[in-house]
Write a protein that binds this ligand. Structure first.
Ligand code: ZN
Length: 429
């Protein structure tokens, strides 16, 4: 890294899943903004540092000669942005995805690099060793069907999509997630640029070939669909205003630890900034629902402003999670008949208001909840953007489980307590 004049000490922690390293550096008109994870596994960390080094030196080779030119004659900047996301599958398999973006003159292009590691054995795995016979063909045909049969996408598919969706082209580049095999399509590759990066998860059931799966792909299906006992009391935890790259992750760590679920009412603009956090919510069998684009009070918006806000947010749900938002929680809980009609989704309020944003104190938050007494059938409102709330959750979940409560999602709660499937335009709790 020294050769690139990048200051390793200038790192700061921004995410919690693995310890991330962030390097921000400018040399003349060239800027670097690099993020990569450290896993604690010796070989893997060395390998990751080497990958980052290679990416930087290729970038430098490409732009170094231009540097003095840019520096002297123009104020144009060239930036190397390196972001990543990680997925853990079956305890020890880590997929690491690097997004390498070059920005210059207001133009940008992104390349995706994917690596596989075995965390337990501290070694790298080749993608080829994870693919079985017909792996790519199955993925190609699923992907073509998916995009051609989904109304939202089929109108927008680029002309050359058949060429793009061919085996060997993109389908040897994938991540293994808890929900399925995840494929990535660069902005502008199958849909117009404005849709950004496209992710498609193919469930393992649909990736099943006629030949036996390699052992790593057999132990699928994590926590989800836990059986709910009608005779046990149940509580739904809900978290608003995220995703937050630090505190939502801590809450998710706690949920994962106790194999518990919750419902997250996420904001579109933050989902755009931190898509991997919302994706993790979803991969832990939590429900991800909609809390508007950026928390405007809908009672103060015109009909067309509300529709625009909803559509914009729904588009982000498609982009990040490949699904429609299932529910809507109006910002500030402000709702009337006009909003119900325009939103046209089930609307969810709450029954226990922890006022966590006000106290910012884990003990106070816990006490507010305890003061409600019997919590059976209650929906608890918290926010996933405060450290104090994350710390409260770490105490609250073992407390609730100890009191014999089952933690359920909003859909489960509506089904069990209202005896119906959630209805569009209806206000619950
Ligand atoms: Zn809110």
């Amino acid at each position: 890294m020294k050769r690139n004049n990048i200051d390793m000490k200038n790192s700061k922690i921004t995410e919690k899943v693995f310890e991330p390293i962030t390097i921000i550096k400018s040399i003349g008109s060239i800027s670097y903004n690099l993020q990569y994870p450290t896993t604690g596994a010796k070989y893997i960390d060395k390998r990751i540092a080497h990958i980052v080094h290679e990416i930087c030196s290729d970038f430098n080779k490409k732009y170094f000669n231009l540097r003095s030119f840019f520096h002297r004659y123009t104020s144009k900047k060239i930036t190397l942005l390196l972001n990543y996301e990680t997925h853990i599958f079956s305890v020890s398999h880590l997929s690491l995805i690097f997004f390498e973006t070059h920005e210059s003159n207001g133009l940008s292009s992104t390349q995706i690099h994917i690596y596989h590691f075995d965390l337990k054995e501290d070694r790298e795995q080749k993608a080829e060793d994870l693919m079985y016979k017909n792996f790519q063909e199955i993925a190609v045909s699923y992907t073509r069907n998916f995009f051609c049969e989904t109304d939202f996408y089929k109108r927008e598919l680029l002309e050359n999509y058949i060429e793009t969706l061919k085996a060997g082209n993109r389908f040897n580049r994938f991540a293994l997630t808890k929900d399925g095999v995840l494929f990535y399509f660069e902005p502008g590759s199958i849909l117009p640029e404005k849709h950004g990066l496209i992710r498609l998860i193919i469930p393992y059931e649909d990736m099943q070939p006629n030949v036996p799966l390699p052992s790593i792909l057999q132990s699928t299906r994590p926590t989800s669909s836990q059986k709910i006992n009608m005779h046990k009391p149940m509580v739904a935890l809900t978290f608003d205003d995220g995703p937050n790259p630090i505190y939502t992750q801590i809450i998710l760590d706690t949920l994962e630890k106790y194999k518990a679920t919750a419902t997250f009412f996420d904001l579109g603009d933050l989902m755009e900034q931190f898509p991997s956090v919302s994706q993790r919510e979803s991969s832990l069998s939590c429900e991800v629902a909609c809390h508007s684009y950026n928390h405007k009070n809908y009672t103060r918006l015109s009909d067309s402003e509300i529709i625009h806000d909803m559509n914009k947010t729904a588009e982000i749900f498609h982009k990040v999670l490949m699904q429609d938002p299932a529910f809507f929680r109006p910002p500030y809980g402000c709702c009337d008949d006009r909003i119900k009609k325009l939103v046209n989704m089930p609307l969810i309020l709450w029954s226990v208001d922890t006022r966590d944003w006000e106290s910012r104190n884990p003990e106070t938050i816990l006490n507010v909840i305890k003061q409600y007494g019997n919590l059976d059938g209650k929906v608890i409102l918290m926010h996933s953007i405060y450290e104090s709330s994350a710390r409260a959750v770490a105490m609250l979940i073992p407390y609730l489980l100890d009191k014999n409560y089952q933690l359920v999602t909003i859909s489960q709660m509506i089904k069990l307590k209202y005896g119906e499937s959630p209805k569009d335009g209806k206000l619950y709790f």
